[in-house]
Design a protein around this ligand. Structure first.
Ligand code: 9YT
Length: 136
């Protein structure tokens, strides 16, 4: 069994910070679960363009308020605690945080932890750790 806390992850390579968000990767590909599980904190007043072309992601809000806009149709969905959005169509979207949001995110296939968003907000599909080192 794997037992891990946010404190265990903070300050390690599972703790990834960007100007708009910080993400603690509690479970990654190397944990062998077939998905990755992250707690992501999104900073208030930010807007982030994201497109997970290679991954499915479900995002469950546990704290804070904001909205997600799907670019294909311009529909804006409010986000508050208890709301999940699932990018089942690899939807291009804009994530806006009105207040500091804490989100629990699940990725399939799992992230290795070495991916970085490219200029389109896409994470590359990383098949193994060697490739991750080359691209990450
Ligand atoms: C909600 C979202 O996708 N934020 C970007 C970070 C992502 N959750 C990650 O890499 O953990």
């Amino acid at each position: 069994m794997i037992v891990r806390s946010l404190q265990d992850v903070m300050g390690t390579d599972r703790d990834v910070a960007t100007p708009h968000w910080i993400s603690r990767r509690l479970l990654l590909k190397r944990d062998g679960m077939g998905f990755s599980l992250h707690e992501t904190t999104v900073y208030p007043g930010t807007e982030t363009a994201i497109w997970y072309a290679n991954h499915l992601e479900a995002v469950y809000c546990i704290e804070g308020e904001g909205e997600v806009e799907t670019l294909a149709d311009g529909v804006v969905h409010p986000i508050r605690p208890g709301v999940v959005y699932a990018l089942d169509r690899h939807d291009k979207h804009l994530l806006r945080a009105r207040t500091r949001m804490r989100l629990v995110c699940v990725f399939n296939p799992p992230l290795t932890g070495r991916e970085v968003h490219d200029e389109n907000g896409v994470y590359p599909l990383v098949e193994d750790e060697e490739q991750a080192a080359a691209t990450g």
